[in-house]
Design a protein around this ligand. Structure first.
Ligand code: ADP
Ligand code: MG
Length: 393
């Protein structure tokens, strides 16, 4: 689906379900993380950018204090009184379909963050998206951010973008029950064209850093392996637990508080697996800082080695890659990519490759060939242009 298709699919769905025209249209993007993986929940640094793929929300108000959500994913509408949201989340969430916990959870978290009871107008919300689901491009943040900005405007709550990103995370953590950091929502809320968001996940300080891909003639390819993140939930929890253990052993609040210079001491104090998890996070934080400096001082062509080192660290130390991701990265580099790495939580999903625009077709063909040679299903490879964040359309 293209962006226009998703916008009109949401509108058509709204019409079908309510019999009326929507009164407003909002959208928010998915994201790609350029570098900084599994650093967010360690209070560290990340460098994501918003992508052109977006989730669209068409909204209309209603007078009966109820919220009804419907998505092209599941055309059976889910409807609850706004006054019941406080009882629904988190304890009774099983009583509504999983997908609906994202938009309903946002409504719940938003009212709470704004210090409001259910004294706001009822709403109908129809959702459609062209963000691929489960490919590591954060369709979850896209649906949360699109719903959050739509309801913040409609209810005139006046929350700023960072507050709305927090609302999205609260919805995902508590209403859906997925223990994720805040990177995805911040990227979706704050993204800008041809720029990346340098985010300090401790302070939530966010700085826009120019990427300059367009003027340098570079393209960023997403190579979706189409391997579902089979172990993602269990593996993610395990990695988080290792990071917490490592921080505890080192006597710091979070791994963010360690530097590369502390690693020799860390190696003495913990088992090998925990140490390698710690080493990934500590070196990855440094790589994010180095990437920002390199972008500012030398431009995007100079960040290739940092991307490659990041992949090696995730593959060898954090052990969250899979053979398909390694194949995509290796084949892209062999075909001349400037840099490549897996992106997202790991155990499947997508890798990225930074390439000269003129080489994009060749890299795509090489990676596709490498997958066929290895007997893997065909990857889905496409370019993403760093794009603006959530907005009223
Ligand atoms: P991703 O990497 O795409 O963020 P997640 O598992 O975090 O993967 O989130 C995907 C889930 O978000 C879907 O299974 C669904 O429940 C919900 N979701 C995302 N987009 C939509 C949508 N357009 N309509 C309904 N639910 C959606
Ligand atoms: Mg997600």
């Amino acid at each position: 689906m293209t962006g226009t298709d998703a916008a009109s699919a949401a509108r058509d769905l709204f019409l079908r379900v309510t019999g009326a025209e929507p009164s407003g249209h909002w959208s928010a993007p998915g994201r790609v993380n350029l570098i900084g993986e599994h650093t967010d929940y360690n209070d560290g640094f990340v460098l994501p950018f918003a992508i052109p793929h977006r989730t669209h929300v068409q909204l209309g108000t209603r007078a009966d204090g109820r919220i009804r959500v419907v998505s092209t994913f599941d055309e059976v509408p889910v409807e609850v009184p706004l006054a019941d949201l406080a009882a629904l989340f988190p304890d009774d969430r099983e009583s509504v379909p999983e997908w609906s916990r994202y938009p309903l959870g946002v409504a719940w978290a938003l009212l709470h963050a704004a210090g409001r009871d259910a004294d706001v107008t009822g709403v109908d919300i129809a959702i459609a998206s062209d963000v691929p689901v489960g490919a590591g491009l954060s369709s979850s943040a896209a649906i949360e951010s699109a719903t959050a900005i739509a309801l913040n405007d409609t209810w005139d709550l006046g929350l700023d973008r960072v507050a709305l990103a927090r609302v999205g995370r609260t919805a995902e953590n508590e209403a859906v029950g997925a223990p994720t950091g805040i990177m995805d929502q911040m990227a979706s809320m704050l993204g800008e064209a041809d720029a990346t968001i340098f985010l300090d996940c401790r302070s939530l300080d966010a700085n826009v850093v120019e990427l300059g891909f367009a003027s340098a003639g570079l393209e960023l390819l997403v190579m979706d392996t189409r391997v579902a993140h089979a172990h993602s939930t269990g593996g993610y929890r395990e990695r988080r637990a290792s990071c917490e253990l490592g921080a505890e052993i080192m006597g710091v609040a979070a791994l963010r508080d360690l530097t590369v210079g502390d690693l020799a001491a860390a190696a003495e104090k913990m088992d090998d697996v925990t140490f390698r998890r710690v080493r990934h996070v500590v070196t990855e934080n440094q790589r994010v800082l180095d990437t920002v400096q390199t972008l500012r001082n030398s431009g995007p062509r100079a960040i290739g080695e940092l991307l490659v080192a990041s992949h090696a660290s995730m593959r060898d130390d954090f052990e969250i890659s899979v053979p398909e991701l390694d194949t995509a990265v290796d084949a892209a580099l062999a075909a001349g990519a400037i840099g490549a790495r897996m992106t997202g939580g790991g155990f499947g999903g997508a890798a990225i490759a930074l390439v000269e625009r003129a080489q994009a077709a060749e890299v795509t063909a090489s990676v596709t060939r490498a997958f066929a040679d290895a007997g893997y299903g065909a990857p889905h490879i496409f370019a993403v242009t760093p794009s603006p964040g959530a907005t009223r359309a």
